[in-house]
Design a protein around this ligand. Structure first.
Ligand code: MEV
Length: 450
């Protein structure tokens, strides 16, 4: 029986290969192949290098078939899993509550920096965070060439029906205190001829709400249809300037550095001000913030692309890309804060589906969506603090390369004894890849290093 199945699978792969060869560019029916068949096909038709392709892909399959199948079903054409380190940063104090923050990230210094900064601020009152607003937006975009007053009249008449039409979708959300907040007709014809929109605001409570918002919008669009109105599309917006959170730390300047505290505190504030006026710097500055934010977003099963898009749009809201954080020294007190939009959820989507996302939320003691916004903002501010402190004192490379050292040792395929010897050699030295490579060569040639 298994032989027969194998024969038919082989035939299927061969026939797909034929389709592929004939058309020479495209393949049809790829998604219908089994995982192994897809891998065989890729091995035969796409890979040109000799890699342990199949072996490596299989190594990353989960031994538990049920768990693997859950991951396979997240997207189409899954052939393996792509791991990220899943780590925790302890000692965060946010609004007087202690947290161990889960982080999924590959960059070597991020978790270490978060842990170090969390501990530092835990002894100085911790992070204070507040959610400013939680409104999300969705839009029905349409074209209308007729009289503006007529479409306004039509909208005002039909608005109660638009709300009524979504009642089946909004019923449960309303029970939780959410739902549609308002629907506005917006005239966008000054930007694009005949362009209008229904601009809809939502409260989605514990969920990020993408599916809820999109379902409501499609229903609203259907009910709004009429002669002369051409619905172009209905979709939520990932620009969420009214789903905003703020986090802050502060302490006496003298408590900030062991030596020359005022000098370094001023340099720190200057570094932030530079990121407010210089976009080249602001992008890197904010990237450092997102190292912390994204790591928590991913660990909790939230949508990091949505968060990234929304945050960077917010950073540009004044017409120039700027820092998301700010700092000041006033009356000998150093204050450092951040304000950013974070449309995240603690229910729905991957949060309830990915076993590690559930673990992350459990580690955070099952926060509300608002509390999760505060945690993420604190993680971002912590990361920004670590980066600016390093940049305005010893520079970033010292700590960065120290953390990256293990990765470099692994990429040079060093043995445990070589690792020990190299760690010892570089313990007080600035590490560069070239210097490490030379030391490895020397070690292997002479079996010792000077
Ligand atoms: C590196 O991932 C992040 C930093 O470049 C951020 C910054 O420069 O502020 C260190």
């Amino acid at each position: 029986m298994t032989k027969i199945i194998k024969y038919y699978r082989f035939k299927k792969v061969v026939s797909l290969c034929l389709i592929y060869n004939c058309m020479s560019r495209e393949i049809s029916g790829f998604s219908k192949l089994s995982k192994d068949e897809k891998i065989d096909w890729l091995d035969a038709h796409v890979l040109t290098e000799s890699l342990d392709f199949k072996k490596i892909l299989h190594q990353y399959w989960n031994a538990n078939p049920e768990l693997q199948s859950l991951h396979d079903d997240f997207v189409e054409n899954t052939i393996s899993n792509f791991y990220l380190p899943y780590a925790v940063a302890p000692n965060f104090v946010i609004n007087d509550k202690k947290y161990v923050i889960p982080m999924a990230i590959e960059e070597s210094s991020v978790v270490a920096a978060a842990s170090m900064v969390a501990k530092f601020w835990s002894k100085r009152g911790g992070f204070k965070a507040t959610v400013i607003s939680t409104t999300k937006i969705g839009q029905v975009h349409f074209m209308y060439a007729g009289d503006k007053a007529a479409i306004e009249t039509y909208f005002n008449q039909i608005k109660p029906q638009l709300l009524e039409a979504t009642s089946g979708i909004t019923k449960n959300m309303q029970k939780r205190g959410g739902g549609i907040l308002d629907i506005e007709l917006r005239d966008k014809t000054a930007s694009l001829e005949n362009y209008y929109q229904l601009h809809v605001s939502f409260e989605t409570k514990e969920s990020m709400g993408a599916n809820f918002i999109n379902s409501c919008l499609e229903q609203i669009a259907n009910s709004f249809r009429k002669e002369g109105v051409k619905i172009v599309m209905s979709i939520l917006s990932n620009y969420t300037p009214d789903c905003l959170v703020r986090a802050e730390v502060s302490c006496p300047v003298s408590d900030l550095y062991k030596e020359d505290a005022l000098h370094y505190a001023q340099k720190f504030v200057e570094a932030v001000k530079i990121a407010q006026v210089e976009p080249y710097r602001a992008v890197t500055h904010n990237k450092g913030i997102m190292n912390g934010v994204d790591a928590v977003v991913i660990a909790t099963g939230n949508d990091f692309r949505a968060i990234e898009a929304g945050v960077h749009a917010y950073a540009s809201r004044k017409g120039q890309y700027q820092s998301l954080s700010d700092a000041e020294i006033k009356d000998d007190i150093f204050r450092f804060w951040i304000e950013l939009p974070l449309a995240v959820g603690t229910v729905g989507g991957l949060t309830g589906l990915h076993p590690l996302a559930k673990i992350s939320l459990a580690l955070l003691k099952n926060p509300s969506a608002k509390e999760l916004m505060e945690i993420m903002a604190a993680a971002g501010l912590a990361q920004n603090f670590a980066a600016l402190r390093a940049l305005t004192t010893n520079g970033i490379q010292h700590g960065h390369m120290k953390m990256h050292f293990t990765n470099m040792l692994n990429s040079l395929k060093t043995s445990p004894s070589e690792k020990a010897a190299l760690r010892d050699k570089f313990k007080d030295k600035t590490i560069t890849y070239a210097a490490l490579n030379d030391a490895v060569i020397q070690l292997r040639e002479h079996k010792s290093i000077s």
